[in-house]
Design a protein around this ligand. Structure first.
Ligand SMILES: [Zn+2]
Length: 665
């Protein structure tokens, strides 16, 4: 809205103000997610009371307190897996058996247990193939030969259990309920599936010069989460919405052809069985340096001497504690290098096609881990691995997949993003299927600062997830002007790419940058954000826990910001209504600046005055200025006259309309 138009609207005063921004078609309802989770309805007209009213959150209880911390009765379930798995490279098939120990720490007896069976997404006619048939993101035609073939489910004693499969979830019926408060269920399950050849869906396979690279994820039946917010979390795996899983210990024995190298979540337990003496020596050297050491070089890849003399198969054993899932990769084509930082073994596996671009990949990974550890919370795991294969960019505990082979900066960005997910959600374990912004958005926020630290002055990367290149950040223009914009709190399976990238990555990141740089200031923000991670590391926060913790630890009511930026599609528009410099009755020069808050979102207003002597001064109107009115008269006694005034002088506020931000005498 232009300045002139604003003045015209101005005399209509309150009544006119109420109507500003009430568009109609572009208004969006927010989905009600959790009990009591009802947010401001953006279709209603804004009132001042609405703007500042506390956002409605679920009632605090013994599990989740009013301060946003886990309560004295907080509980979560645990699932420990011992798995034997074989990659049959010739048949392109996975065969596995697992003993699963499920610990029910809830106060409720559980007569059945739900499993996630994500491979069934690739079956012909799967719910995901219907929901995302138009996305083009993955091949949604499905195949009758894909998906899980579950071979046997039994109790620990070998008694058969029945498993009812419904698309990507399955209900395991039990002879007697799993007892509450620590009761255990041990069951055994066997399965096989053909690895999809055409699909790339957070894992995949790729033929490269020196063989095939297999990346494996969502490769075993996993117990769903039972929690205090939703009971069993049985939302199906449709493709966009990611995961919500239990923490546990994984003991995994992976059998592959003996010419393969295997990278996986966890610590390698039997290097003497699967590595040559020289590789073990190099690995020991890598544990003592922050400089990258080659473990298997490009010229060794085709050399049979780079593998221990053994039979046709080799079994790699890994163990991981306190992880929410397990992923791995296997290939005869891998080059391997590694270094170490703060006791963490940092490594990369890539084929010769990636060698040039991946020369600094391990160092990028090391830098990311050091940056996030120092800035936010220490990396909690002993290993971090980056694998170059077909999957574009995907995160798992201690291991990430990045496909980039052309641009080292794009590889940096995907790497720092995917490893950043080890903070959100691998450690701070949010429900990704409902609240993707809690991991993608918070992670994108920390990636921004890592990228500034690593490559100062570099633009936001361009070719990743449809994000447009931009030379400065926060570049909120595309976020706030996008006509398809949806509230951040929208279930990801109700959004298609590339809109997900805007809604749940960048909008959240920009909102947090504004909160840090402009609203709270870095010191106040960082203390609160670190407190959020500290409280919820290895636990599962809900959106309310994030909002409450940030307010509690920053000591600041932010309802107006959560409502404006996170929970609605409201926009901010500050406008200069008038500027006058004139002597008052006693002859003192007084400058009067009238600022209006035109949009439905409120924010503090900042403006710069350029005086007639050429000097400038910066001023700020706190958000409380809009507590009862949309118009604020700012006066200043000064011997000088104002020559020009500019609202939002550094562009740091997400003002949707810069056209009404300037006044020149
Ligand atoms: Zn991500």
């Amino acid at each position: 809205m232009s300045l002139r138009k604003t003045v015209v609207w101005g005399w209509l005063a309150f009544a006119a103000f109420l109507c500003v921004g009430c568009g109609g078609d572009d208004d969006v309802w927010i989905e009600v997610d959790e009990p009591g989770w009802v947010v401001a309805n953006p279709q209603s007209h804004r009132t001042y009371e609405d703007t500042f009213r506390p956002i409605a959150l679920p009632s605090p209880n013994a599990q989740r307190t009013a301060s946003g911390a886990p309560g004295r009765a907080y509980w979560q379930q645990r699932a420990d897996y011992a798995i034997d798995v074989e990659l049959d490279a010739a048949r392109n098939e996975i065969r596995g058996t697992a003993t699963v120990t499920y610990t029910n720490q809830s106060p409720d007896p559980l007569p059945y247990v739900w499993l996630h069976l994500e491979q069934n997404l690739f079956r012909k006619g799967s719910l995901g193939s219907v929901a995302h048939r138009g996305s083009g993101r993955f091949n949604t035609t499905g195949s009758s030969s894909l998906g899980y073939d579950i071979e046997a489910v039994t109790t620990a004693a070998g008694e058969p259990l029945s498993l009812a499969v419904y698309d990507t979830v399955g209900r395991l019926d039990l002879p007697s309920p799993v007892a509450p408060d620590g009761g255990k269920l041990v069951f055994k399950i066997g399965w096989r599936f053909r690895i999809p050849e055409d699909e790339v869906m957070r894992f995949g396979m790729e033929q490269v010069q020196d063989g095939v690279i297999w990346e494996l994820a969502q490769w075993f039946p996993a117990v769903a989460v039972y929690d205090d917010a939703h009971g069993w979390n049985t939302l199906p795996y449709l493709g966009n919405g990611e995961f919500y899983t239990n923490f546990g210990t994984y003991d995994v024995a992976i059998t592959v052809p003996s010419d393969h190298l295997v990278a996986a979540t966890g610590v390698l337990l039997n290097p003497e069985d699967v590595l040559t003496p020289i590789q073990r020596e190099r690995l020991d050297a890598a544990r003592r340096t922050t400089s990258t050491v080659t473990i298997r070089g490009m010229n060794e890849v085709r050399d049979p001497g780079s593998r221990p003399k053994a039979g046709k198969k080799a079994t790699w054993k890994f163990r991981a504690d306190d992880v929410r899932t397990f992923a791995w990769a296997s290939s005869p084509a891998f080059i391997w290098d590694a270094c170490s930082t703060g006791g963490v073994l940092v490594q990369s596996f890539y084929p010769r096609e990636g060698a040039r671009t991946w020369a600094k990949a391990t160092d990028d990974l090391r830098f990311s881990i050091e940056h996030y550890s120092k800035t936010w919370f220490p990396y909690p795991y002993p290993v971090a691995t980056n694998v170059n294969g077909r999957e574009g960019g995907m995160e798992y505990p201690m291991i990430v997949f990045c496909s980039e082979r052309e641009d080292p900066y794009d590889l940096w960005y995907v790497t720092t993003h995917e490893i950043g997910h080890n903070w959100f959600p691998m450690m701070v374990n949010n429900d990704e299927r409902r609240h993707a912004w809690m991991d993608e958005g918070l992670n994108t926020f920390i990636n921004w600062y890592a990228s500034i630290a690593r490559y100062p002055g570099r633009p936001w990367p361009g070719r990743w997830r449809g994000v447009e290149p931009s030379a400065r950040f926060p570049d909120y223009g595309d976020v706030i002007r996008d006509p398809r914009r949806q509230p951040i709190e929208t279930v990801p399976d109700r959004i298609e790419d590339p809109q997900i990238g805007t809604t749940q990555y960048r909008t959240v990141a920009v909102g947090l940058v504004v909160l840090r740089e402009k609203i709270l200031g870095p010191e106040r923000f960082d203390a609160a954000f670190r407190e959020y991670i500290r409280r919820w590391a290895f636990k599962s926060p809900r959106p309310a826990d994030f909002f409450r913790t940030m307010e509690d630890a920053a000591g600041c009511d932010l309802a107006w910001w959560w409502r404006g930026w996170f929970l609605s599609t409201d926009t901010l528009d500050h406008a200069l209504e008038s500027v006058r410099s004139m002597p008052d009755q006693r002859g003192t020069m007084v400058t009067e600046i009238v600022v209006k808050s035109v949009g439905r979102m409120v924010c503090p207003a900042e403006f710069e005055i350029r005086w007639d002597d050429g000097t400038t001064s910066l001023h700020r109107i706190p958000v409380e200025a809009w507590a009862t009115t949309d118009r604020y008269v700012f006066t200043l006694q000064d011997r000088r006259r104002a020559a020009a005034v500019r609202l939002n002088p550094d562009g740091g506020w997400p003002d949707v309309n810069p056209a009404n931000d300037q006044w020149v005498r």
